[in-house]
Write a protein that binds this ligand. Sequence first.
Ligand code: SRM
Ligand code: SF4
Length: 571
Amino acid sequence: MYLSTQNKKESKIEVIKRQSRYLRGTIKEALQDGKPMFSEENVQVLKFHGVYQQDDRDLRHKLLKEGKEKHYSMMVRARIPGGVLNPDQYLVFDRLADEYSEYGTLRITTRQTIQLHGILKGNLKATIKRLNESLITTLGACGDSGRNIICCAKPGDEPFRAEMREDLLALTDRLSPKTNAYHEIWLDGEPVQHSDGETEEPLYGDVYLPRKFKVAMVPEGDNCIDVYDNDIGLVAHIENGHVAGYTVLVGGGMGRTAVVQATYPRLASPLCYVPRKDVVDTILDTCVAIVTIERDFGDRSNRRFARMKYLIDRRGLDWFRQEVETRLGRTLEPPRKLEWHNGHDHLGWHRERDGISYLGLFVPYGRIKDTETMKLKSALQNIVREFRPTVHLTTQQNVILSGIPDEFRPAIEERLRSAGVPLPHELSTVRKNTMACVALPTCGLALAESERALPDLLPQFEQLFHELGLSDETITVRMTGCSNGCARPYNANIAFIGRAPGKYDIFLGGNSLGTALNERFTETVPFDQLVDTVRPVLEAFVREREPGEDFGSFCRRVGLNRFRHVKTEQS
Ligand code: SRM
Ligand code: SF4
């Protein structure tokens, strides 16, 4: 539970934010200084602009030994509400990856955006400007404000999908930073003149939020996005094909710090039900009221405890509800009961509407690239250019191409086949249910490999699942390079969480519907023992499961202690 220090001194980052003059810092000047990197203050401010300064960690040690500077480059993260791109927008990312990314790849993130890694400082402005010309912003993709709002990516022409999209875009607008700094720095905009007491940020003020803030939307039943992992989750109740209203969930978050016991992942709690009626204002106002509570009461002294989940646990959900009611000036309706039947991504061919289909493609760990055996980047580029589908990024790091007339299906399949890109039905169930965060070589917080390690582990799991007759069973496997939880590992049935180079903590339980958290099974297991360590639990699952019982429910029913004992005897 919450144990933050009561030290009220604001953290260093709060001071940097306030002094940044609404996110200007000295970034504009630094772009001209000829250095390969930004100062620490600008690095913090840049995050709000969707930019992370990183260095290639594969080279770090060698460069250090040679007495050289780190190899700096920037990660640029776009904000793509609901993950929807038109074909031209997708192709801009594709071209920018070729022109400016040192890695030449696109990275679909677990929040439906694209990251370009390895952008040198000298190419940063051109990259952001080019995105902007295609009406894509990076403002608010990172930093302490409302992040990219995620939504179930399933295409379809049901009225409720359009209504949810309308609400998502309106909410995106309300929660976006409003500072003119972005225009001034990246788009050569004129500086604004301020009169005394005027604020550029009516919602956030000059110190923004205490921490990142995440919002997610789903239609009830289909939790393909892990809605409970967000600061605010909006679950749409569908009646007669329309959104009747939303159950609002609050206080979700995955982040924890392995060595700080008082940090923990938390599933969001149901707060209230908000009818949609004919206008979307009520749900927007409710979300804004919630954001302002975090703004006013969130911990600004210790960033480890600054997420809204800790505020809610510290003050209690009843206090939180009363605070929302006071700010809205009305009583909240109780939340509705929620039921879930799906947690899978929407892979494969599906009917979208008459004569039109969509295709969900598995993208290995979100990385769109060309390799010797699989030319995924080229294939997608060709298909998008020729057939012009809408491109939907999913929160499971995959891609959906929609709006495809049925007569194009054979040609698209042919393009994929000749590029060595498998269709989802050709992949094992476990493979389609895996996720890995970026980790090395770009993530500065990674303790172990993830995106580059999971591909070596998966064939071993496929073999084990085959041996145990579990090939058709949905068992989610997620890996991260540290405990921060970027691939939402604490929901997974099996999670490997980096603790040190080549060593992982194993968490078991969770479920594929995203409604349960797993628990730590064992710590600091070497990479080559991961599969064998999990094996006894899977074997027991096959022997002892009750009819219809899934792996996560089994783990929770029997408890993990008896397997910890088996593991100790073996090792
Ligand atoms: Fe994350 C920090 C990558 C989704 C929790 N995350 C980072 C940074 C920026 C590292 C850093 O601070 O220096 C990583 C950049 C790596 C790189 O080289 O690209 C990073 N996070 C990612 C992405 C790219 C992972 C991926 O493989 O897709 C995801 C980008 C999402 C986006 O488009 O906005 C990503 N991060 C998440 C999620 C999942 C989600 O939101 O659904 C979480 C858990 C949910 C949550 O927020 O609670 C998550 N990232 C964190 C945390 C822990 C936050 C906390 O509350 O403690 C950090 C560390 C931090 O903020 O201090 C972090
Ligand atoms: Fe980096 Fe850790 Fe997030 Fe992975 S989970 S991307 S290692 S911060």
